[in-house]
Each structure stands twice: as C-alpha cells, then as structure tokens.
Design a protein around this ligand. Structure first.
Ligand code: ADP
Ligand code: MG
Length: 698
C-alpha cells in the first residue's frame, strides 16, 4: 500500500471522533485526501490594519484589539450577537447571526484577538459580519506571513475541527510523506516550465514561506491537474482512432460537386468553408471522425451537415440526420429535399408519426440502399431501423440526446459511422477543451452576410402599454410574435398560472376574429402542442404564447418579435436561445426583455449583456463567469469539472499550456514508454483506471 492510501485514522491527532467527522464532512479518508484538501485562501498575517483607516472598499482585512462588550439585539430571525471591538484608534461592531451561544462561551472579553473579515459601513460605523477570531498568542505559532485557510463546515468548527486544526493535522502529515512522494512530471517538463518539484509544491501550498513560493506551488499543482486530464482526453481520442476503423470517403464526387457548383443557394461563409474542410480532412482517412460543431443559431450548420452527408453519398454510403423534435426533423427534411430537388438523391423522413405502412416501405428501402439520406427523430435509432451501409451520422442539438441514444447510432454498421454532433449552445473554449477534450471541435463563428442584428430592449412592467402598441404595429406589418413565460419546476403551479393570466390578458388585447393567439405549454397533450405550433409555423396565428418549449430549433422566418416575460428569471444561455428564434427572415427583428422592477445584480448583468451583444460566444463567457462551470453545464457533467485546485476560468492560461504540453508529449511518446517519461507513465496509470469509460460520446 502506498503511504497516501493510509487511513486517516492512523494520523496523530485523529481520534475516532475526528476521523468520523473528516470522513463525513470533508470526505477525507486517507493521508492522500488530507494532502489534497488544499487551502482555499491565505491570510496575510503580516499586515494588521487599524480601525481608523477602515474603508468600505477594503477586502478581508485583519484588525488587532479587544472585545469590550457583548450585546444581543433584535428578535427571532433578526436576532444577532454584537461585540464591541476596540483598538487604539476606534471601535467596530462584530456581528453574528448564528452560533451566538458558542461565541459567547468561547471568546473572552478584554483579551487580545486578531479578527479577520470584510468591513462594511452602516450608519457611519463599521461592522464585520461573522469574522474569524484568533487569539493573539495562538496566532503566534504561525510565524510565516501567509496562513493557509481550509474549508471547514459549521459542524466541524463546532466540534473543534476548525481550519486551524486541519492546518495542524497537515503540518503533522507532511514530514511523514517527504521522502515518499514520487515526482509525477518528467524532469524536462519541470525544467522547461520552471516548476518546483512535486514535494516542494505540496509543502509550499500548505505552508508557504512567502507569496512567491506559494504562487509557484499553485502553478505547479494546477498545471499537473490540467495536464493529466488533457493527457487522458487526448489518449482517449488516440485509442479510439486506433480501435475503430472508419469509412474512408476517398473522393468528392458528383453529388457533392453538382450541389456545390450548381445548386448552392448562396456563397458559403468563410467559417462554413473552413469547417467543411476540417470535416473533409477527417473523413478521407480510414479513421472514425468524432466532431463537435458549435455554431450560433442561424450560423448555417444545416448546410455544413448537408455537404458532409453528400460526401458519404458520393462514396456509396448512407447518411442520417437526427433532430430532437418532430417539427425540427420536418423542417430539416423540407429544407434538404428542396436543396436536392434537381439531383438524383433519395431523401426520406422517419419520425414517431410515420404510418406503419410507410414505415415498412421505408425500412425496405433503407436496407436495400435505395435511400441515401434519412432524416428523423429518435425513431431512427430503433433496432428495427437497419441501414445497408450507414457511414455518416449528424446529430442536431446534441445536448438533447443521451449518451445511450448516440451509442445506438454507433452500432448501425459494422464499425461506427463518422459522427458530427452539432450544437447551437456555444460554450467557451476553455470549457469545451475540458468537457469535449476527446473530440475534435469545429466552430462557426461568423453569421451569413446581410443578417440584421436582433434589436434587444429591456423594459419593466410599467411599459406594458407601449409594448402592446408595438405588438399591434408589428402585426399590422404582417409579422408574428412570440411571448414567452418562464416555467421553472419548483414554482410550476404559479408559473402556469402566470402563463394563463398572461395569455388571457393578450387574448383580451388581441381579440378574435381580428387576431389569432396560440398557446403552448408543457401540460398540453403532445398532439395539441404540435397542432398549435403548426398553426403558428403556417402563419395562421399572430401571437404564440408559450413556455420555453419553443426554445429549440423552430424556424419561423416571419416571426420578428420575441417578448420574454419575467426575463430576469431566465439564464443567459436560455435567453440567447430564445432570442435566436427571431431574426431569421429579412425583416428587422426585436427582442423585448420584460422584468420586474427589482432585479438582482446578477440578473441585471444578464439582461444588460443581452442588450449589449448578440454574440453567443461572448454571452457564454459572461455566463461562465456568473455561474461557474459546474452550474453552467449542469450537475451531470460537473464531475469532470471538479478540480481540486485549478479553476478553468481563472487559470485558463495554464489550461492551454497543459493541453499543449500533453499534445506534444503524446506526439513524441504516444505509449509513454520512453525512460524520461517514466514518472508521467507511473502517475497516469491509476489516473486512467479511475476514469475508465469516460468518453462522452461513445
Ligand atoms: P443553424 O446553424 O441555426 O442550424 P441554419 O442552418 O438553419 O442555422 O441556417 C439559418 C439560415 O441561414 C437558413 O435560412 C439558411 O438558409 C441561411 N444560410 C445558411 N448559410 C448561409 C450563407 N452562407 N449565406 C446566406 N444564408 C445562409
Ligand atoms: Mg439548426
């Protein structure tokens, strides 16, 4: 057993009670877990401020003084404990809303303390809420200028396992490990990047001598964390390339060339051309392609998909395109059939509502190879659907499909077809490098020319009349309007009520027979939804009142106004998706965000970002900053984003660095066999074992 696997119970100072707490509260089971329970910040113990110089703009600071009086104020929820804390220059109030009893019994009056916290001003006086308190003499044991602060839960604090106690345990642990921690990077990497050794970094991160050695230690540990992940992702990719043969599309032929030269309705954008080249370069090899195509709504992904599918057809293979909803599948089918109408290429559609009789014919034509391109919904992954020779699969809006569904498509031929998964939800590059690091990523970052930017406005409830008038004007111009209400699971009933009230209000303002208003929401039967959607798509109704069901993919070029109610309750990427429903035709389009009067700071940032920009990638960067990677991508994926010390936003330079180094390394030593890489190979083996079966797309 490696010393890092030693149960935490064996550490001096950890009795049964503490070991239990460490396990339950912090999931620290072993020496290794404790070692990697890194401090989350450091207190600069070298600087002590005086009360007279406090400013509200100050971050967390230290004061030295004594408590001269305790008092309790307020009732029930507002109840709080206040301590009057004094130094030679003045008095501040220390405030606790919780744990008053514990504070009073453990903190002494008229005794010197160092307090740590953020000062805020209240009626000309300063106070610090829930400060950290250190007794002066106790503090002395940390002679260094920087003191590590560890995450400790309230329970741990109450049971005496405070940040400081954890610090002491770590201090006891480090000497035990010193000669037993193997280096995990190669000498040449450590040298090239001017990093400290692993042992040095681990010591310095827990007990930094000074700011400089701390920064170096952190850099080393962050690099290491990113490096092994990137190494793993790149290795997954290499292994897959070796394991799965692909169908080589050796030549571009008549289908592609005729369409490209004669029937392409417009010049491709530079970005579309680039992506098609990227795909072309992949599929000409006998290796399976796995490519994620990101492109904002309206960036023209469908054409890229079509041209790629034609490459398959030209080489005697079949292709399919799967979309998440029936409406989307139909739209793709109509568009693509129209594009190909002059050519002798058979396109078919298969959805849940395809009649049994038609289905039988279709199955036959698929099996005997008559159908070249099949477009459909989930229906096309069913086992009954057998292709003669499927070699290219496109998945639209890939986030709407589960891994299992995609995996079924892999099995539709002897070896897996090339996969092109498309998404209109741009994610920042740092994120995709981590989440989809084992895929190739293509980006369309350019909209077709002549597209008018959607004009976005932010209004409050008080502008109701103005908004109604604007809607009247637009309808008079023959345009159609979406009105979207939030539907959040937790407040579903209330949201549903709001939607219906909103619908009734609109219905009153826009009465029949002059106007037609549709409503679509989650509680309706699927067929009723489809019916209402279709009426809107066909231009029968002027206004579509809906919850977010319309979020994905629907294309109604004549709809030029998107009104989003309670807009402050939507996330940024959702707002962006919704706005993408308009601006698809030649007309100037508008997006009106309606919010209440009280909006949180974060809510304001979201709405203002929407007003300021139409660029999906910019919006996703803001979203990432506001929410952090875990929240942004949903809990499912946050496992991959759980870093112990690195932060993909703050440390994205190191991430790029690590990716690059991992790439270089594998180019020189794919199997990690060279003597100089022995450290890396040794560290990588258990890392890979823990992450088996990790590929997000297989
Ligand atoms: P998305 O990427 O959202 O799937 P689509 O493929 O639906 O976008 O394309 C949006 C619209 O832009 C379509 O009406 C399509 O015909 C048009 N379009 C696509 N590429 C071009 C281009 N290069 N020039 C002009 N219009 C284009
Ligand atoms: Mg699309």
């Amino acid at each position: 057993m490696h010393i890092l696997d030693t149960p935490i119970d064996f550490l001096k100072g950890v009795g049964p009670l503490r070991s239990d707490l460490l396990k339950k509260e912090l999931r620290i089971f072993t020496y290794g877990d404790l070692l990697m329970h890194y401090p989350f910040r450091y207190i600069d113990r070298s600087k002590i401020h005086i009360i007279a110089e406090l400013r509200e703009s100050m971050p967390n600071i230290q004061l030295k003084g004594k408590i001269i009086k305790f008092e309790e104020k307020g009732h029930k929820r507002a109840k709080r404990l206040i301590a009057h804390f004094q130094d030679e220059t003045g008095i501040v109030e220390l405030v606790w809303f919780k744990g008053a009893r514990w504070i009073r019994s453990s903190i002494k009056l008229h005794t010197e303390y160092i307090v740590f916290g953020k000062p805020s001003a209240f009626k000309g006086n300063f106070n610090i809420v829930h400060p950290e308190m250190d007794m002066q003499e106790e503090n002395q044991q940390f002679t260094a200028g920087l003191q590590a602060v560890y995450h400790a839960t309230e329970l741990l604090n109450a049971k005496g396992l405070s940040s400081r106690a954890i610090g002491k345990l770590t201090k006891g642990l480090l000497p035990l490990l010193k000669n037993q921690l193997e280096e995990t990077l190669s000498a040449s990497l450590v040298d090239k990047l001017n990093l400290p050794t692993r042992v040095q970094a681990l010591v310095d991160v827990h007990q930094p001598k000074d700011a400089k050695s701390l920064v170096r230690a952190q850099k080393r540990l962050k690099f290491e964390e990113f490096f092994f992940l990137q190494l793993h992702l790149l290795k997954l990719k290499l292994t897959r390339n070796k394991k799965f043969k692909g169908y080589p599309f050796e030549n571009l032929g008549e289908c592609f060339n005729e369409f490209y030269n004669k029937h392409l309705p417009f010049e491709l954008t530079g970005a579309q051309k680039r992506v098609i080249k990227e795909i072309r370069n992949d599929v000409r090899n006998p290796k399976q392609m796995n490519r994620l195509l990101q492109g904002d709504v309206g960036s023209g992904k469908t054409l890229v998909a079509l041209l790629s599918m034609l490459m398959a057809v030209d080489n005697g293979y079949q292709a399919c395109l799967m979309a998440p909803t029936e409406i989307l599948a139909r739209q793709h089918f109509t568009t693509i059939s129209e594009y190909l109408k002059e050519q002798n290429i058979k396109v078919a559609i298969l959805t849940g509502s395809t009649k049994t009789k038609d289905r039988r014919v279709l199955h036959e034509q698929l099996e005997n190879g008559e159908i070249d391109i099949l477009i459909g919904t989930h229906a096309l992954i069913e086992d009954k659907v057998v292709f003669q020779n499927l070699a290219f699969v496109v998945i639209d809006e890939q986030h709407r499909f589960g891994v299992a569904q995609r995996a079924k498509l892999w099995k539709k031929n002897k070896f897996p077809p090339h996969m092109l998964v498309m998404t209109a939800t741009p994610i920042p590059r740092t994120l995709s490098m981590t989440l989809y690091g084992d895929l190739d990523v293509s980006i369309i970052d350019e909209l077709p020319p002549g597209r008018k930017e959607v004009k976005t406005m932010w209004k409050t409830d008080s502008s109701r009349l103005q908004i109604i008038n604007f809607m009247r004007e637009q309808i008079a111009l023959q345009r159609q309007i979406y009105v979207v209400f939030p539907l959040i699971e937790e407040s579903e009933k209330l949201d549903y009520k709001n939607l219906m009230e909103g619908y009734n209000a609109i219905d009153r303002e826009f009465p029949m027979p002059e106007f037609q208003v549709s409503v679509v929401h989650g509680q309706m039967k699927a067929e009723d939804k489809e019916y209402e959607m279709k009426r809107f798509v066909d231009g029968v109704t002027n206004i579509m009142v809906a919850t977010t069901v319309i979020e994905v993919g629907v294309n109604v070029p004549n709809a030029s106004v998107m009104i989003i109610e309670s807009a402050e309750r939507f996330g940024l990427s959702q707002l962006h998706q919704l706005r993408g429903r308009v601006g698809r035709g030649a007309e100037q389009s508008y997006c009106i965000l309606v919010s209440g009067n009280k909006v949180s700071v974060e809510g304001k940032t979201r709405l203002q970002t929407m007003v300021d920009t139409n660029d999906g990638f910019k919006i996703s960067e803001v979203d990432l900053e506001l929410r952090g990677p875990g929240d942004m991508m949903g809990t499912k994926q946050s496992g991959e984003l759980n870093f112990k010390i690195a932060d993909i936003i703050a440390d994205n330079k190191i991430l790029h660095f690590a990716r690059n180094e991992a790439d270089l390394l594998l180019k020189e030593d794919e199997e990690l066999e060279k003597a100089e890489n022995i450290n890396i190979a040794r560290a990588y083996r258990p890392y890979a074992r823990e992450r088996m079966g990790w590929s997000r797309i297989s």
